[in-house]
Design a protein around this ligand. Structure first.
Ligand code: B12
Length: 210
């Protein structure tokens, strides 16, 4: 791997925030494409963190410092990822479903959509179903993106779609879902309009759905 990217990868795993920030600045200054910094440096490091957690080499505190370090790197990379998006294509309400506090994937999807010209209303994490539905109505959104990282919270996606129906706004929006445990089959089962496995394919999906 490119030494600059390897350094970012190592610093994310070590949970060294300033190290990650420095690495991302250097990589940007060296002219490395933002997508490579994101995928090879930041995202692949979080994948490794997940593997170590499964092997019980890492516990929640290590996972948390790694996530914070990654987010600091993301914040520096955001302007590069978003560059080019000028006019709003459509409004998208985004959030991580009720009970779930993972926000990195959701933020990334938001940044990439913003880069593609979408207007983002990010409700953050642990969002109750009714809150999604109210936001759709309030903002007149055309799309909703639901994120879940836990097999237990995936079920909140179903209740969120029901809440959209209850408030009478299901017909005005397309619902897309994602997150590590979510699959295409699950998306169909709960009546979502689409699933994407990563942030760049979330952009392609959003454009397709409109
Ligand atoms: C970082 C992390 C944490 C951090 C989160 C910090 C934060 N601010 O987000 C902390 C430490 C808080 C945490 C806590 C927990 N975690 Co955790 N965590 C992770 C870890 C290591 C990485 C997740 C991540 O950020 N990945 C990087 C991003 C970029 O990837 P992503 O989220 O998948 O998103 C991409 C795609 O999925 C997609 N996508 C995501 N959302 C959406 C939405 C739409 C609409 C679309 C189209 C696409 C899309 O695009 C994104 C970008 O490409 C994962 C391991 C893993 N491999 O996923 C475990 C993991 C998700 N956690 C796990 C667990 C068990 C927990 C805890 C229960 C641990 C505990 N005992 O307390 C708690 C639960 C807290 C809660 N209520 O939510 C398990 C879940 C197991 C399961 N099957 O349910 C995992 C898989 C670890 C493991 N291997 O066991 N965690």
């Amino acid at each position: 791997m490119e030494p600059t990217l390897q350094a970012i990868y190592d610093e994310v795993i070590a949970g060294n925030r300033t190290g990650v920030e420095e690495g991302v600045r250097q990589a940007v200054a060296a002219g490395l494409p933002p997508a490579r910094i994101l995928n090879e440096g930041l995202i692949s490091a979080m994948g490794e963190v997940g593997i170590r957690f499964e092997r019980q080499e890492f516990y929640v505190p290590e996972m948390l410092v790694a996530a914070r370090a990654m987010q600091s790197g993301l914040a520096i990379l955001k302007p590069q990822l978003v560059a080019g998006g000028i006019r709003a294509v459509a409004k998208v309400v985004l959030g991580t479903v009720k009970g779930d506090l993972h926000d990195i994937g959701n933020s990334l999807v938001g940044m990439m959509l913003e880069g593609a010209g979408f207007e983002i209303i990010d409700l953050g994490t642990d969002v109750p179903p009714a809150r999604f539905a109210e936001a759709v109505r309030e903002h007149g959104a055309q799309l909703v993106g639901l994120s879940a990282l836990l097999t237990t919270t995936m079920q909140s996606m179903r209740s969120t779609i029901e809440a959209l129906e209850d408030l009478g706004v299901r017909g005005q929006v397309k619902v897309m879902v994602g997150g590590a445990p979510v699959t295409d089959v699950f998306a169909k089962e709960i009546g979502a309009d689409g699933y994407a496995p990563d942030a760049s394919r979330a952009v392609a999906l959003a454009k397709d759905l409109l």
